[in-house]
Design a protein around this ligand. Structure first.
Ligand code: IPM
Ligand code: MG
Length: 366
């Protein structure tokens, strides 16, 4: 029986609540499909700070290293807000994990079922069939990690801070490859986003993407768009895009814009794929919901577990090569939600179910 060895980093506030339900759904699928689950739980984020003095404790990192994938919850919240920025749970847990495992490819699906279009702040006539796009964000380069990165006091007494935006051709090529694979599994349409009218890194980005696609993927229809225009086009008509690919910071911003037009953060999952291979020869990856820790509803049993459940599906697909159970989970979530089982965030103010009942509804569809 194949054994799925993964680290479970549930994190803070609603993190453990939705994680418990997602693991229950995953356990159900595993029994049906004859898969053995071998999850190992570890502290991260605020839980890491409280229990080990660090958002990413060494013991947690070791557990991740010994696993084939990381199932991540969400981290941070008011309890740790007074810490200096560098020690904040989000930054001090996620960024080192991304760097340590070279998680360079962040795949964020922007999916809004047609039945839920009313949740989007966009007028329904702009999205008659819901939204179905994917943002591929480069995750280990650019302004986030470039050196120098420092604040200095100048001889004249003024203070100056610098972040450095660096991209190598090889980094652009590998994220382009991920984007091509994603585009091929969909409509074979790829839009690369940059700021080539101003930034040197963007000039290299555009040239590299163009050449790489011409050489390796002539079947893909490639276009380019400047990031400011892309921000506008996303709200004018998101479905003019299919797959977007962009650098780290632009992707951070555009993927949040994409998330909000998709209505509820409780429905959006993401995969961060590494350059390294796991013991199965597949990409090591980190899988997490987009929503955050939602401290305001923590402990009430009403958080939407769907994004965490969908993150499990992405893990099965990308790090374990299990497409069928992944697709079954995605269909079950869709079936449960469109069939009327909805947590408060997606219930339009009507009758809603709690976290556990939502997971039950998903299990019932499996
Ligand atoms: C994200 C988050 C992180 C980022 C923060 C928490 C460091 O916003 O995953 O999009 O900026 O990448
Ligand atoms: Mg972000």
């Amino acid at each position: 029986m194949p054994t799925l060895k993964f680290a479970v980093l549930a994190g803070d506030y609603i993190g453990p609540e939705v994680m418990a339900e997602a693991l229950r759904v995953l356990g159900h699928v595993a029994r049906q499909e004859g898969l053995a689950l071998a999850p190992t739980a570890a502290d991260v984020g605020g839980a890491g700070i409280d229990n080990h003095g660090k958002a990413l404790p060494d013991s947690t990192l070791r557990i991740c290293e010994a696993s084939d994938a990381i199932l991540f919850g969400s981290v941070g919240g008011p309890k740790w807000e007074k810490l200096p920025p560098k020690e904040q749970p989000e930054r001090a847990a996620l960024l080192p994990l991304r760097k340590h495992f070279t998680l360079f490819a962040n795949i964020r699906p922007g999916l809004l079922y047609p039945e839920l279009t009313g949740l989007s702040p966009l007028k329904s006539e702009r999205i008659p069939d819901g939204i179905d796009i994917v943002c591929i964000r480069e995750l280990t380069g650019g302004l986030y990690f470039g050196k120098p990165k420092e604040t200095t006091t100048l001889p004249d007494g003024d203070v100056q801070a610098v972040d450095t935006m660096i991209y190598r051709r090889s980094e652009i090529e590998r994220i382009t490859e991920t984007a091509i694979v994603t585009a091929r599994s969909r409509k074979k349409k790829l839009c690369s986003i940059d700021k080539a009218n101003v930034l040197e890194t963007s000039v290299l980005w555009r040239k590299t993407v163009t050449e790489y696609v011409a050489r390796n993927a002539p079947d893909i229809e490639l276009s380019h768009m400047l990031v400011d225009n892309a921000a506008m086009q996303l709200v004018r008509g998101p479905n003019q895009f299919d797959v977007l690919v962009t650098e780290n910071m632009f992707g951070d911003i555009l993927s949040d814009e994409m998330a909000v037009i998709c209505g509820s953060l409780g429905m959006l999952s993401s995969a961060s794929l590494g350059a390294g291979r796991n013991s199965l020869g597949l990409p090591f990856g980190l899988y997490e919901p987009a929503g955050g820790t939602a401290p305001d509803i923590a402990g009430k049993g009403i958080a939407n577990p769907c994004a965490q459940v969908l993150s499990c599906a992405l893990m099965l697909r990308h790090s374990f090569g299990l497409e069928k159970p992944a697709a079954r989970i995605e269909a079950a979530v869709r079936g449960a939600v469109t069939g009327g089982s909805r947590t408060a965030d997606i219930s339009f103010g009507g009758a809603s179910v709690g976290t556990r009942a939502m997971a039950d509804a998903i299990i019932a569809r499996l």
